[in-house]
Design a protein. Structure first.
Length: 330
């Protein structure tokens, strides 16, 4: 028997869940979350994602939401042994993303036709707004395109054409020197799960810059960690600061610390959409920040390195929003 075959890492994650009949909105909410995560259905109430750090976190949070809605859920790693094969499942992911890309290509093509029909009579603001929406949706789809579906290029072509036609100089922005709130706290050890991703990276930045400048961070393996004296947990199950309802940990920290700062509010919207993948705020900056954070996680295995690299990105992003004097960049 080949022990190496037995203990190789499973390539798939399965979310197996059950929801109560009421409230009816729970099923719709969970279905929409599964679509946003890019999961595909394997069998009734069984959904799959490729096994990666970020997808494991996505399924873990969704399982928690399902339990909070009165249902049951668990996540497991899986090898496909009988019936559906690995290639079959990969093909299902590719087909789902190609369908998404095809929809965008159709919408983009229709907008190009509308813009062409407008001729030289101006550039309709509605078309410009729709072009921005399509660009954001393309970024969202690309983020869950786990196996490189070939439909992306066709979806991007009409969007690029629209952007070129609608291109204008940036509007002047009035600088403003806002002063962020800086609530004080005794220096503590802030504990979170290892292999940090975007919400934990951003939360650590927020803690060290605005809440506890002398904060030290500790990275642990599981949800059963018992905090020691002078330790506080964040973005962990049963942590002192973690997801609440549909708010990510970063949003919870901003609210609990009383940080009334438009620049932080803008960053919170970006982190929310990257972490929860629900498109709630639809900011144009989200796709770019998602790519940067994904690159940091790919290039750096050490958690402290990830925090350091992420902090540099967030420092600059914060200064950008603060200089603009508004949370909504132009």
């Amino acid at each position: 028997m080949n022990g190496g075959e037995i203990f190789t890492k499973a390539p798939w994650l399965l979310l197996i869940h059950q929801l109560p009949a009421k409230p009816a909105y729970a099923r719709v909410k969970v279905w929409r979350r599964l679509q946003a995560l890019g999961a595909v259905i394997v069998k009734n109430a069984v959904y799959a994602l490729p096994s990666r750090e970020e997808t494991q976190e996505d399924f873990a949070w969704l399982a928690r939401e399902i339990v909070e809605l009165g249902g049951e859920a668990f996540v497991c790693e899986a090898h496909l042994v009988e019936g559906l094969g690995d290639e079959d499942l990969r093909a299902m992911f590719v087909a789902a993303r190609n369908a998404d890309y095809a929809r965008l290509a159709d919408e983009g093509g229709a907008l190009v036709a509308r813009l062409d029909a407008a001729g030289g009579d101006g550039e309709p603001a509605e078309i410009a707004s729709q072009a921005g929406r399509l660009r954001r949706q393309l970024g969202d789809i690309a983020a869950i395109d786990f196996f490189g579906a070939d439909g992306r290029a066709a979806a991007e072509r009409p969007i690029v054409r629209l952007e070129q036609r609608l291109s204008q100089g940036s509007e002047a922005m009035t600088p403003s020197q806002g002063t962020p709130g800086t609530p004080s706290a005794d220096s503590r050890v802030w504990v979170t799960r290892e292999h940090v991703q975007v919400d934990r990276i951003a939360s650590a930045w927020l803690v060290r810059r605005f809440i506890d400048p002398a904060a030290r961070f500790k990275f642990v393996a599981g949800r059963s960690y018992a905090p020691r004296a002078n330790e506080v947990r964040f973005d962990m199950f049963e942590g002192e600061y973690t997801h609440e309802g549909d708010r990510c940990t970063f949003e919870v920290l901003v609210q609990r610390a009383g940080l009334d700062d438009p620049a932080l509010a803008a960053i919170a919207e970006i982190i929310h959409d990257i972490d929860l993948k629900d498109g709630k705020f639809g900011r144009e900056e989200t796709a770019g920040i998602r790519i940067l954070m994904s690159g940091i996680a790919t290039a750096h295995r050490d958690d402290e390195d990830r925090l350091g690299r992420g902090a540099a990105v967030l420092d600059d992003l914060y200064e950008h929003f603060r200089a603009a004097g508004t949370g909504r960049a132009r």
